[in-house]
Design a protein around this ligand. Structure first.
Ligand SMILES: *Cc1c(COP(=O)(O)O)cnc(C)c1O
Length: 387
């Protein structure tokens, strides 16, 4: 087996956990009672510096980050939120759990939301940089959220970091992401006033002075508890110290595999931009049968690979069947059938369904040295050449 652990998980090491040790010795794992500057605050300052974000806020996972970003837009119950037709179901779940209605928008050949399909008056749009591919940004959207769960460290063509170009950006530190603390999440926002609102909402709607019991002003709105855990923030700080090394190693492995894959007319590589995080080489095969043959051959040889089929939301039970735990079907029941809730696709998502059935991703391994990466690239290329 070539690779048992994804990306940052390979870099977890006891001897780099000084912040975790410090938090334990301080006997303070709650961020607002630490004796000095909290680890969570240090993490947020580091992220602001590293990504060029105005303000960052640590939460428990990427889904919560999305929820928080959406609540920060002060929506009306049932407002539509335009989301990519190809993304992890957490995006739809986050929208629904805020009492909003997700509306899938078809994607381009790199599986990024196609901005030309959005209605002219779209208020809330989530784009998702899937598999490290940094997608185009729709213009003129008041609340554009960049889901950067799979693209930590990616950049737009103009140099800005993925996640920092819209109203808000969200990140995940789940086990499978570029950096990991098992579970973990982060939201960044462009406007400091929005950050104040998000901070308050994520701490029960309170004002908070470090070390004190929270206070609620007159007119405080309700909130929830998304406050980061110091032990988790400590692991995330450790992971961040490896980000550049991981990105550079992924670049190197990507170049190797990309060069090894001889261009067969029936197996094409999906183009990558300079700013993409090279978590995988993505290939597009001529037919679903050839894709499945490639999948089986690689799996038989213990070579990791995966499809994007699971991300097709119009066919996902959560979006397709519109079930809800609420007795009245909330918030799906707020879709009154009007134009703004109509899925956005030119062909009923046919071409996208067909594209996904022909797509295969070949993950890259930052933890391998150059010789290991070259060997892995040769094995994958030989398997595909022999199909
Ligand atoms: C992983 C992921 C999420 C959710 O992040 P969690 O930390 O697992 O809650 C959201 N969107 C995308 C695109 C993801 O890949």
């Amino acid at each position: 087996m070539l690779r048992r652990l994804p990306y940052g998980a390979n870099y977890l090491r006891w001897d780099e956990m000084a912040e975790l040790r410090g938090a334990i010795e301080d006997k303070a794992l709650f961020r607002y009672i630490s004796s000095g500057t909290s680890v969570s605050s240090r993490l947020e300052r580091l992220v602001e510096e590293r990504l060029g974000a105005t303000r960052a806020l640590a939460v428990h996972n990427g889904t919560e980050a999305l929820r928080l970003a959406l609540m920060g837009t002060r929506p009306a119950a049932g407002d539509p939120v335009y989301i990519p037709a190809v993304t992890f179901v957490a995006v739809a779940g986050a929208v629904l759990s805020c009492g909003l209605v997700p509306v899938p928008v078809d994607v381009d050949e790199r599986c990024a939301l196609d901005p030309t399909l959005l209605p002219a008056d779209a208020q809330r749009v989530i784009v998702a940089h899937m598999e490290g591919m940094v997608g185009p940004l729709p213009q003129g959207i008041p609340y554009l959220i960049e889901d950067t769960a799979q693209a930590m460290g990616g950049r737009h063509a103009d140099g800005r970091h993925a996640g920092t170009a819209g109203y808000a950006g969200t990140f995940s530190f789940h086990h499978a992401k570029v950096l990991t603390s098992g579970e973990g999440g982060l939201v960044v926002v462009r406007d400091p006033d929005d950050w104040e609102l998000l901070r308050s909402y994520h701490d029960h709607g309170s004002d908070r002075e470090h070390g004190k019991y929270p206070v609620w002003r007159e007119g405080s709105f309700y909130g929830e508890n998304f406050c980061a855990n110091e032990a988790v923030a400590a692991v995330q700080l450790q992971q961040f110290r490896h980000l550049d090394e991981i990105l550079a190693s992924l670049e190197q492995h990507h170049r190797m595999l990309s060069t090894e894959l001889h261009d067969r007319p029936d197996i094409r590589q999906v183009s990558r931009t300079d700013g993409d995080v090279k978590v995988s080489v993505r290939i597009e095969l001529d037919s679903p049968e050839l894709r499945d043959r490639a999948l089986n051959e690689l799996t038989d040889k213990g070579l990791p690979c995966w499809t994007l089929d699971k991300y097709f939301l119009p066919g996902h039970p959560v979006v397709r069947d519109r079930a809800s735990v609420y007795a009245d079907g909330f918030p799906w029941n707020l879709d009154d059938g009007s134009e703004r809730y109509r899925p956005r696709s030119r062909d009923g998502f046919r071409a996208t369904r067909h594209l996904l059935a022909r797509t295969l991703c070949l993950p890259l391994a930052p933890e391998l040295d150059a010789a290991g990466q070259a060997q892995a690239a040769k094995e994958v290329a030989a398997t595909l050449a022999a199909l």
